[in-house]
Write a protein that binds this ligand. Structure first.
Ligand code: IPD
Ligand code: CA
Ligand code: CA
Length: 266
């Protein structure tokens, strides 16, 4: 497998998709809801996923595609080469703010993350990594991350996890919010992972994410020494939804040991 060639191909495809998204703001965007009134999708999310899929199917016919909007393959295992795509991560931001959303793509071979991309479209910040070759923001190599203690950490966490919910004991998350230096929430898991990779967030936690939210970012953060697992500390399977934590080395285990009390097994 010529991963260098796939890397160049994927970068150019993502840049072209980003251009299409920017151009889309000139027209009227159609907004629909999915699972609930706040689970939004637009015609642009669907168009961009179909754009990726038609190109990948044409140029890499043996590869499979797992995409959020469902135009790809029915992927239930990690065998072979799988492109894991979120065409727009942060759709609510895309609709309400016209910024703070990203294209997220991970390319996995037999379950191992080989290539990872997060493109913050409006900032024109492109985070990318090739397994074993380091992680980059545009042309700048990102340094490896050193440990930090909880009291000096900025944690990415959505406020909903500090309110009663069916996934986790929210009081323990409240204690983490009290003990850390500060919290942030950006509304795009991919952008939060880019912040972890760049050392601007020390950890990011969520109770429910899908493979397409984290596939690209997990490759990128592991290249700077951060750790991504579910909240039981297990490796993610990249085919099912799960809880999630990405954090600097050391801080990852501390948060799991001291602040995570799960109510459910999955
Ligand atoms: C969502 C964003 C959000 C996270 C949600 C995701 P979408 O993705 O990443 O930050 O909290 O769980 O579903 O729907 O905008 O692609
Ligand atoms: Ca998403
Ligand atoms: Ca999405």
């Amino acid at each position: 497998m010529d991963w260098g060639a796939i890397d160049r191909y994927a970068k150019s495809l993502i840049k072209e998709a980003g251009h299409r998204i920017r151009v889309s703001f000139a027209g009227k965007i159609q907004i629909e809801t999915k699972a609930d009134a706040n689970d939004l999708v637009t015609d642009i999310d669907r168009d961009i996923e179909q754009f990726f899929i038609s190109r990948i199917r044409r140029d890499f016919p043996g590869h499979r595609i797992l995409g959020e909007e469902g135009f790809g393959d029915d992927v239930r295992s990690g065998e072979g080469v799988v492109w894991i795509l979120d065409p727009i991560d942060g759709t609510m931001n895309f609709i309400h703010q016209q910024r703070n959303f990203a294209i997220s793509l991970g390319i996995y071979a037999d379950g191992v993350g080989m290539l990872g991309y997060i493109y913050d479209v409006m900032a024109d910040d492109f985070y990318h990594a090739y397994r074993g070759e380091g992680a980059y923001r545009n042309d700048e190599r990102l340094p490896r991350l050193a440990p930090v203690p909880v009291e000096k950490a900025i944690i990415g966490v959505n406020a909903s996890w500090v309110t009663p919910n069916r996934y986790i004991e929210h009081e323990a998350i409240g204690q983490l919010v009290s003990d850390c230096r500060g919290t942030r929430s950006y509304g795009s898991a991919a952008i939060e992972l880019a912040h972890v990779a760049a050392g601007r967030l020390d950890a990011y936690i969520s109770m429910r994410l899908a493979p397409w939210d984290v596939a690209g970012g997990s490759v990128i953060i592991s290249e700077v020494g951060a750790v991504a697992t579910n909240l039981r500390g297990e490796q993610l399977d990249m085919v099912s939804k799960d809880t999630f934590i990405a954090a600097r080395p050391g801080l990852h285990q501390t948060v799991l040991d001291q602040y995570i009390r799960l109510k459910r097994t999955k």
